[in-house]
Ligand binder design. Structure first.
Ligand code: ZN
Length: 431
């Protein structure tokens, strides 16, 4: 059932935590039935969290299984309950964020991102508090991406015929000084090689131009002079990092090396997206994998998140199936009415600048962030009107996209919005 000329949402999803579903078959059944009754037909369930714990009885990574989930097979129960109701199940992985006491970092500290001081993100302070997590380097090979994360996803894909593997935190850290990572040992070697800052065959040859007869120093770039300073090998990490971020392609030229630094990060994420797609989706025949698709939670403006997070999802078009931009209100300025306008504008831009279209772009909204003013006024979540939520869902529907995803099951509970969700999606789900 749809209203007017608007096609309505074919896919109506919600991000969920394992705690929401409980740890017995009966609680999983009740959980999925509750979503089903509200018109939700996609469960995006977290199966690897930000501490590095996983939520299935893994054979290959038994030491990372969260307490209680070796005994109870949550994904199997969830998949059966979803299939019985014609619902989709995407398996949600927190990709590059790990716990500082988690097994990946404890066993492989060399896989962590490092800042110019050689420290991990756990050394940073965010909003006055020590930062809780360690981000892992997406670029290093062999490393966390190809030795840990993709094999973990592959095991999941072998065990459970879910509809997609869902990437989240598929990026560099943003709220923690976006320009400080990654300068790990591998990246310090790889960035100059990636960008052609010296010849492997003539490592010490400066290759100055024969003539400097063009109007600008930068006009003489095409012969690929040696960019690294002569004392490169002797410089400590901090000075190498500073050169790679703030240095100049030409001695005496514009400080333009940050271009290569940001491109390197973008391409590291692109490569991971492509590799995960190839390992999980394309090799189905070879390995008997079952995953037909990849989805991802992404930031609202791919050009800007390319600069600040290494997440330019315009470039993921070929391998990635579904983009779920986190069009949360806290990612927009202004009041609620301005949010609705900016939200609609950014969905249009997301479709315009990427190769995702109305069928493959499923915007996400966060219920809690809609209620910024009520929160500031001290109104308890249970007492707020669902009108802002309903208007936001209607505004997204009016853009013509075929899917939407809500953050989150826990927030629906917190705000007591089950009737509101049923009302919002009733137009799409039919009687
Ligand atoms: Zn690195």
């Amino acid at each position: 059932m749809t209203t007017g000329n608007v096609p309505g949402f074919v896919v109506r999803g919600v991000w969920c935590d394992p705690d929401d579903a409980g740890r017995v078959p009966e609680s999983v059944e009740a959980f999925v039935e509750r979503l089903h009754q509200a018109g939700i037909n996609l469960v995006v369930m977290c199966v690897k969290d930000a501490k590095g714990e996983i939520f299935w009885p893994s054979d290959r990574f038994p030491h990372t299984v969260a307490e209680g989930y070796a005994e109870f097979d949550l994904p199997a129960a969830l998949l059966a309950a979803c299939r019985a109701r014609g619902m989709q199940f995407h398996a949600w992985f927190i990709d590059f964020m790990e716990g500082k006491d988690g097994p990946a970092f404890t066993e492989h500290p060399e896989w962590a991102m490092r800042n110019p001081e050689g420290e991990t993100t756990a050394s940073e302070v965010l909003r006055g508090k020590p930062y809780h997590s360690v981000w892992m380097c997406p670029a290093r090979r062999p490393g966390y991406a190809d030795q840990w994360l993709i094999p973990m996803m592959a095991e999941f894909a072998e065990r459970y015929a879910v509809d997609a593997i869902h990437h989240d935190y598929i990026r560099y850290p943003g709220d923690l000084a976006p320009d400080r990572y990654c300068f790990c040992d591998a990246c310090l070697e790889d960035i100059p090689r990636y960008a052609g800052f010296a010849s492997d065959i003539y490592p010490d040859e400066p290759f100055y131009h024969e003539t400097y007869n063009r109007p600008y120093l930068e006009s003489h770039w095409e012969q690929s002079p040696r960019v690294l300073p002569g004392n490169w090998a002797k410089l400590p990490r901090q000075m190498k990092s500073r050169f790679l971020l703030e240095g100049s392609f030409f001695h005496g030229g514009r400080p333009d090396l940050d271009y290569f630094f940001y491109r390197y990060r973008i391409e590291a994420i692109d490569r991971f997206v492509r590799q995960s797609f190839e390992e999980l989706c394309l090799s189905r025949g070879r390995h008997d994998y079952h995953i037909p698709n990849i989805s991802a939670a992404v930031f609202k403006d791919p050009v800007q998140s390319g600069r600040f997070l290494g997440q330019d999802w315009r470039e993921w078009a070929l391998p990635l199936g579904i983009a779920m931009p986190m069009n949360y209100r806290d990612h927009y300025p202004g009041d609620f009415e301005q949010y609705l306008v900016l939200l609609e504008e950014s969905i249009g831009r997301q479709i315009q600048v990427t190769t995702f279209d109305e069928t493959t772009l499923w915007p996400g909204i966060a219920i809690n962030f809609l209620y910024k003013e009520e929160h500031a006024a001290g109104i308890p979540p249970g007492d707020v009107s669902p009108q802002k939520f309903l208007r936001t869902v209607d505004r997204i529907r009016a853009t013509g996209v075929s899917g939407i995803c809500l953050f989150s099951e826990r927030q629906i509970n917190r705000y007591g919005f089950w009737d509101a969700v049923r009302e919002a999606f009733g137009k799409d789900a039919g009687p």
